[in-house]
Design a protein around this ligand. Structure first.
Ligand SMILES: [Zn+2]
Length: 71
């Protein structure tokens, strides 16, 4: 079985000081960093997309769309 997964959104929020970290690639890391350095209560929400056995024609259609958008 083939599997593709990627993060589409991630956000860290601090319950103690209302700080928000929205960098979707590293909210886990910056959230942990904030909690550690300030000793605050931080929550991180991550939206992960997973696709199993995606048919080849859908993948090439998406690649085609990306290529057209970059022209
Ligand atoms: Zn905080």
């Amino acid at each position: 079985m083939k599997k593709e997964s990627w993060v589409v959104h991630s956000m860290a929020t601090c319950e103690d000081c209302d700080w928000v970290g929205t960098n979707h690639k590293n909210a886990q890391a910056v959230g942990a960093n904030h909690a550690k350095h300030h000793n605050h209560f931080v929550r991180v929400e991550t939206v992960l997309v997973s696709r199993y056995n995606e048919p080849r024609d859908i993948i090439s259609e998406r690649t085609k769309t990306i290529n057209e958008e970059s022209e």
